[in-house]
Design a protein around this ligand. Structure first.
Ligand code: FAD
Length: 579
């Protein structure tokens, strides 16, 4: 970063937002030789990514192929076309499919941003071109000690995703921790994790063995540091300024003072969408606007507003809801703060759980993806109050599989009940009374469900009917891994509400992330990536990693476009720019 003779700081590229898209853009730009400055609003990097599962959806990626999972970009194209329904007129989906595997290989070769194949991790809909394995990649576990004291600069995961107040457990750790008293190897494995954690706590505020989205955030930040990219914390753009018709920089507010930064190659908006902006929520989401958001609290639509002020256009989803949904349950934490638990994959699909609306009726395939489950809530809510909906099961279900923030193995539900998190009742009639749904309808719902569970076929909603359903079910449960009768009390209910893991309405861009105006012309010098960019998925959620895959891929494309290194690709992409 230089200071020019007018007192401006001057860089090649100014990136606003230190989350998934912003850090990827800054990293790739630095690797391509640009002088980059990253401005982050809070005192930590990572944004929503650091609280996420960190999976990226990369059809046709080389690492999965090397691991023996066959998948192709061609099949993924068929799948996306079928799922999204509208043609890929602008070619931006095609550019995503072509660039995503290249982006992963680039980061693998040139940085510490490393992924490993998830293996089996089905796409979220059984349709032509869908894959059961090979498309999901997960960040490799990271040792936070490599960052030294800067480890504290990585936003932590939500407390509900940590055990003992600060130890992360990845998807593969969970069964081993649960089985620690049943198998010697799991006991030793779990003991090793606990010992490491105790040692960590002597020096750090949480465990340094980080996994999932937190590993991705830490890996990106570690790579930025290795490449000497400065991060200005507690800094946000107040406005953008133009020179010769192009966006040429930004006026930043940093630690109480103003800083004018000129950016020779452009400014990148990557501030994570509008999850915490009430007005944009009302404008872009369906009514009633969901009361909860899992987005990083700093994501208040700043980037989208800056883009609009600079003549950029916003694309309301022509199809879909403006967000990537998940159901959440709401809990009171021991310190009195409110926690949101996302019901992504651990409980809904398991056998012996149904979801009911205010009429005491089922309304959705409970094992469908988190996004589709909430679409089900909205559809039902048109005629029957379904906010909240209730997940209903036996207390024994909670002991086996856990329910939301109540871990598997829990036999005493009294604490969760006292805190108001769970509703527990000895009989189904009493449960219906306590959650205020009509008793006869509720009894009939459970009776009918039990009949189908004994049969092994959900004739009403098809629970257990898709690859995804069965993947998240219990393989020990035969014949249908997602169905078991609900018959022995005590019975449990848990309220769930619609919320989002990220917003999807954003600034329209071309395939290099150049922000476009209302006439489809690039706003010179202004780029966008991540959830500030209009999602290419058009309101659908195809598979694991649907938001981070594009955030990283378009971040990569923005950086390479700004660096002028992808001339061939650029020529191609300009012919497929969004009109
Ligand atoms: C529980 C959970 C699980 C998830 N799992 C997955 C998953 O496995 N795969 C997947 O694809 N997606 C997942 N997601 C969604 C994913 O995390 C987000 O969609 C993604 O992080 C968005 O990336 P982003 O860069 O746009 O925003 P973020 O990662 O949220 O980063 C935005 C950054 O911008 C900063 N910022 C905000 N305003 C300003 C400003 N004015 N100036 C400077 N900085 C600013 C914020 O502080 C933040 O650091 C999950 C989300 C949650 C909550």
């Amino acid at each position: 970063m230089q200071e020019n003779n007018e007192g401006y700081k001057e860089v090649d590229l100014l990136v606003l937002g230190g989350g998934a898209a912003g850090m990827t853009t800054a990293l790739v730009a630095a690797l391509e030789g640009l002088d980059v400055l990253l401005a982050e609003k809070t005192d930590q990097v990572g944004g929503t990514m650091s609280t996420s599962a960190g999976t990226i959806w990369i059809p046709g990626n080389q690492q999965s192929r090397e691991a023996g999972y066959q998948d192709t970009v061609d099949a993924a194209r068929v799948y996306l076309d079928a799922l999204i329904g509208t043609p890929d007129d602008t070619g931006i989906r095609e550019v995503y499919l072509r660039t995503a595997p290249e982006m992963v290989e680039y980061l693998r070769r040139r940085s510490d941003v490393q992924f490993a194949p998830c293996g089996k991790h089905p796409d979220y809909r059984d349709m032509a071109g869908a894959a059961v394995a090979g498309r999901g990649l997960a960040p490799v576990t990271f040792d936070g000690r490599l960052l030294g004291k800067d480890f504290e600069r990585v936003r932590p995961p939500i407390p509900e995703f940590m055990v003992l107040g600060g130890m992360m457990a990845g998807k593969s750790d969970i069964p081993r921790l649960i089985n620690r008293f049943r198998s010697v190897s799991d006991f030793l494995y779990s003991g090793g994790l606990f010992l490491r954690y105790l040692k960590d706590r002597l020096r750090y505020s949480r465990g340094t063995r980080v996994v999932m989205g937190n590993a991705l955030a830490a890996r990106l930040y570690y790579s930025l540091k290795k490449n000497g990219v400065p991060v200005l914390f507690e800094t946000q753009a107040e406005s953008l300024f133009r020179e010769d018709g192009r966006v040429a920089g930004a006026l930043l507010r940093s630690a109480g003072s103003s800083l004018r930064v000129r950016a020779r190659r452009g400014v990148v908006i990557a501030t994570g969408g509008y999850g915490h902006d009430a007005e944009l929520r009302r404008r872009c989401m369906p009514a009633p606007t969901p009361p909860y958001s899992l987005a990083c609290a700093a994501n208040t639509g700043d980037g989208i507003r800056l883009g609009l002020q600079s003549d950029g256009a916003i694309r309301p989803e022509t199809q879909g809801p403006g967000a990537f949904w998940t159901p959440v349950s709401v809990l009171r934490r021991p310190d009195g703060s409110k926690g949101l638990f996302p019901h992504l994959s651990l409980d809904r699909a398991k056998p012996g759980l149904i979801a009911v609306n205010g009429a005491g009726r089922r309304f959705v395939n409970e094992a469908d993806s988190y996004h589709d489950f909430v679409e089900g809530i909205y559809a039902s809510h048109k005629s029957v109050p379904t906010m909240p909906a209730y997940l209903v099961c036996e207390a024994d279900f909670v002991r086996r599989y856990g329910l939301g923030a109540v871990y598997p193995g829990t036999t005493d539900l009294s604490r969760a009940e006292r805190s108001g998190y769970l509703v527990v009742a000895p009989t189904l009639q009493e449960l219906a009374r306590r959650i205020q749904v009509p008793e006869p309808a509720f009894a009939e719902t459970v009776r009918r469900y039990n009949e189908m569970a004994r049969l092994g076929t959900d004739l009403e909603f098809g629970k257990g009917g898709s690859e995804l359903n069965r993947f998240n079910g219990d393989p020990e449960q035969k014949p249908n891994p997602c169905l078991r009768p609900i018959e022995h009390g005590p019975f449990v209910a848990l309220a769930v509400w619609p919320a989002e893991i990220g917003t999807s309405t954003g600034l329209v861009s071309d395939a290099d992330g150049q922000v476009l105006d209302g006439q489809g012309r690039p706003v010179g010098g202004l780029y966008v990536a991540g959830n500030d960019m209009a999602s290419i998925m058009m309101g659908t959620y195809p598979g694991p990693g649907t938001t981070l895959g594009p955030a990283l891929t378009f971040g990569y494309r923005v950086a390479r476009h700004a660096a002028g290194v992808s001339a061939a690709t650029r020529k191609q992409s300009s012919t497929v720019s969004m009109a």
